[in-house]
Design a protein around this ligand. Structure first.
Ligand code: ASP
Length: 444
């Protein structure tokens, strides 16, 4: 039987009571053999995550020479976790002393930040009676900062082979200089995915404090429907457009290994959660739209030139201007004589837009250039859209009924999504209109 790799994060590990729930979940299925853990999260709103305290420790050590003031808070958190877990034989004080000393000596932000995961994994491994496997010995980065896949997968296999229960700290590994290196924030999701791929897991369970993905942002639509099954491709489209439960980079290792992910809620383990399936295993679910996501603050540069379609190299010249300024574009809808570039406004800081317009003008001499600012994009995503006649009619009817002016339309070539550009001010109204068109009672 292939193993299940579980990653626990968020407030799942915030205190001893929650850690006990995690231990129960792990012990309730013998296939759950490997646990990847984050640092203790917030216990209540307004609380500080241990990782944030550790970054504060690093700043304190750099400024004052030691981190004793902030480290005292970390000491208190872990001491009370160990007390709550009734682990009197576990020498947390010694481990904390050593960690504090190393933080003061090493003066490395990555090393310091990684200690939340390290300490938590040591405590949880001892509580479960499982092996503690340090991420520094199994996850390796190459000189460019990317994962050294070959070495990492070989070391994970070596360390976990024949092991019937291991706890691994998430978020970090070893850099090409031999020092501790972290992923970006929220990176324990990536560690879990790497371990799942390395052991060829049956499933990667990602345990958090929500019961899976929602079909749209609950701050915009009240109690939107949950997503029970979603494909990797749909997830990628939705998380790219701002829906975030998982770290965006965490899907790549498991996706390569065709391993499904399940998002589960530690506090409601009975809930089905969301199952994320590789294309090979995904079958249409009967719904047209799987989810809706979006982001505000884009700028559209609209170019028009007669006979643009016959001019060889037109798009390349325009894109070379962006490349020279190291600016990415998000979408490039085009017609026979028109081409638009959709760019996140944050890249167009003071004066940059004027320089781009001037250089584009010189490069391709368009008849007309126009700039639309304060544009929001809303993506409607679903494999079911391609095979359902009338999907786009339904979408655009909903927008027209809501009195929303559509400034741009882009349909991905896979017919997996339709993206509309609208004014920032219409963003929430647009998400609501699309949601009600596809998930509202009347639409069923
Ligand atoms: N503890 C790290 C963070 O707060 C990594 C993680 O939680 O995945 O970003």
């Amino acid at each position: 039987m292939k193993p299940i790799v579980c990653k626990f994060g968020g407030s799942s590990l915030a205190d001893g009571t929650n850690i006990l729930k995690v231990c129960e979940i792990l012990k309730s299925d013998p296939n759950r053999k490997y646990a990847v853990v984050s640092a203790p999260g917030k216990r209540y709103s307004g609380d500080t995550k241990v990782t944030d305290l550790l970054y504060q420790c690093f700043r304190e050590a750099t400024e004052k020479g030691d981190c004793s003031e902030t480290f005292a808070k970390i000491r208190k958190r872990f001491t009370s976790i160990v007390e709550e877990l009734d682990m009197s034989g576990f020498h947390i004080a010694e481990i904390l002393d050593e960690t504090e000393k190393q933080i003061d000596e090493q003066r490395s932000a990555d090393f310091t930040a990684s200690r939340g995961e390290y300490l938590n994994a040591r405590v949880i491994a001892a509580k479960l009676g499982w092996k503690f496997v340090d991420a520094k010995d199994i996850i390796f980065f190459d000189g460019s900062g990317a994962l050294d896949e070959k070495r990492t997968y070989a070391e994970i296999a070596k360390h976990l082979d024949g092991c019937d229960g291991a706890v691994i700290p998430g978020f970090y590994g070893t850099g090409s200089d031999g020092k501790i290196k972290t992923f970006s924030r929220g990176g324990s999701d990536i560690s879990g995915s790497i371990v799942a791929r390395a052991v060829n897991a049956e499933l990667y369970e990602n345990w958090t404090d929500v019961s899976g993905f929602l079909t749209c942002d609950p701050r915009i639509v009240n109690s939107p429907e949950k997503i029970e099954v979603i494909s990797f491709k749909e997830l990628r489209e939705l998380s790219y457009m701002g829906a975030n439960v998982l770290h965006a980079d965490s899907i790549f290792p498991v996706r390569k290994g065709d391993i499904p992910i399940k998002i589960k809620n530690t506090f409601r383990p009975q809930d089905p959660g969301t199952l994320i399936l590789p294309s090979k295993q995904y079958v249409l679910q009967g719904n047209i739209v799987t989810g809706i996501a979006g982001k505000k603050d884009f700028t559209v540069i609209f170019l028009e030139k007669s006979m643009m379609n016959a001019e060889i190299g037109f798009a390349r010249k325009v894109l070379s201007v962006l490349e020279a300024h190291k600016i990415c574009f998000e979408h490039m809808p085009s017609g026979i004589d028109t081409l638009s570039l959709v760019i996140e406004s944050k890249y167009l800081t003071e004066g940059v837009l004027d320089v781009l317009l001037k250089e584009i003008d010189e490069a391709v001499h368009p008849d007309y250039i126009r700039v639309l600012e304060n544009i929001a994009l809303v993506a409607t995503v679903g494999h079911g859209m391609a095979s359902n006649i009338g999907t786009s009619a339904k979408l655009f009817r909903a927008l027209s009924e809501a009195d929303i002016n559509v400034r741009m339309i882009d349909q991905g070539s896979s017919e997996l999504n339709i993206i509309v550009g609208i004014d920032n001010d219409d963003y929430e109204k647009c998400v609501r209109a699309v949601y009600h068109a596809f998930f509202g009672k009347k639409s069923k």
